[in-house]
Design a protein around this ligand. Structure first.
Ligand code: PMP
Length: 362
């Protein structure tokens, strides 16, 4: 097999060691005679897999004891839809939800929430083309808001928070961390709810994580569907309905792999180095362009444009010929995007940097 480096934004590259282990265990998991895909989610084999995954994730993110980790389905957009349904019961009606609009994904959250509540966009980076996180001092927060929602890494725009927002009073902070969870240390205690689709930095599509502080489990609106009610899911240990068992298994292998690498602090150091390498190359001459303010540049998703966009197809074809795959930018913004998640080795970033230099030289 030829060596390739996969820069997809998600579903995305997974650690080779994890895929090898999954392949080895595909037909017979630990002598059970069954593939994980064939196991009952209520059997002792799968329960062991699930419990280990949860324990390892709790350790990796240092999730405090007063938080539940929910293994759900529905993706990032599913959580976007159910966060209001699960939290608006705690607010006096008509409720207001505060948002910070930093790019495409927080924009979608705003739109979704308008179905259920008044929405206050407390700050927006739209006017500058989503190239920065508005400074916290400029946010116009609503006293007594039902919650404040942020997307701490905008996958399309390549904008990442380099700070944890602060909230007023007991307003819960909700964060969509789909595209950078486990890539950097976070103080979970600063958040009321963290959610993330798994298909970027965790494992296969189909699994969605929600980390919810205990006191926020009981604030659902009566119309919240039962299977999407966090309290009901928590009480059933994420087995209210059949969970995405194989995706949970692979996620568990990824968690164990991250622990072997030294945990989140160790992977964060590598991620800082990978991002530095790539942004330095993009900034080196004006052949390439990334407009995001330095302090807001995402370590995970690096969108960039060629100065001469008529060369886009040539650039992508040359990249593909070198095994540098899935660099085409999101259709809504065009250009290129290199996603360099935890599982992207530094050699992959170096190979991309070499190609960037070579292409610009030609
Ligand atoms: N939020 C963010 C930050 C994302 O990057 C994505 C997917 N690209 C989503 C939400 C939507 O996730 P899903 O496709 O799993 O619904």
């Amino acid at each position: 097999m030829t060596q390739v480096f996969n820069f997809s934004a998600g579903p995305a590259v997974l650690p080779k060691a994890v895929l090898q282990q999954a392949a080895a265990e595909m037909l017979d998991w630990h002598g059970s005679g069954m593939s994980v895909m064939e196991m009952s989610h209520r059997g002792p084999e799968f329960i062991a897999i699930y419990e280990q995954a949860e324990t390892d994730l709790r350790e990796l993110l240092a999730v405090p004891v007063n938080y539940r980790i929910l293994f759900m389905q529905g993706g990032g957009l599913g959580q976007n839809a159910i966060v209001p349904l699960n939290l608006l019961g705690r607010a006096a009606q008509p409720a207001t939800i505060d948002f910070v609009h930093t790019g495409s994904w927080s924009g979608k959250s705003v739109k979704e929430a308008k179905r259920y509540a008044n929405v206050n966009v407390a700050a927006s980076a739209e006017a500058n083309g989503f190239t920065a996180v508005p400074p916290q001092e400029t946010w116009r927060l609503t006293p007594g808001a039902a919650y404040l929602h942020v997307c701490t890494n905008e996958t399309i725009d390549g904008v990442e928070f380099d700070f944890a927002p602060t909230v007023q009073g007991d307003v819960p902070l909700v964060a969509d961390m789909s595209s950078h969870i486990l890539s950097r240390s976070v103080d979970v205690a600063k958040y009321g709810v963290i959610f993330a689709g798994a298909q970027k930095n965790i494992g296969p599509a189909g699994l969605t994580l929600a980390i919810v502080r205990d006191d926020l489990l009981d604030s659902a609106l009566p119309i919240c569907p039962g299977v999407f009610n966090w309290r009901a899911v928590a009480d059933a240990d994420s087995m209210l309905n059949t969970p995405p068992t194989y995706a949970i298994y692979i996620a568990g292998l990824v968690f164990a792999h991250l622990k072997r690498l030294g945990g989140v602090a160790a992977i964060e150091r590598t991620n800082i180095e990978k991002a530095r390498l790539l942004y330095t190359a993009l900034d080196a001459d004006d052949f390439y362009r990334n407009r995001v303010a330095p302090e807001a540049r995402s370590r995970m998703n690096v969108p960039f444009y060629l100065r001469d966009e008529s060369l886009n197809d040539l650039f992508l074809a040359g990249a593909k010929a070198r095994g540098l795959l899935q660099l085409k930018g999101h259709k809504s913004v065009g250009g290129m995007r290199a996603s360099i998640y935890n599982a992207m080795p530094i050699e992959g970033v170096q190979a991309l940097v070499d190609y960037l230099n070579e292409f610009a030289g030609r």
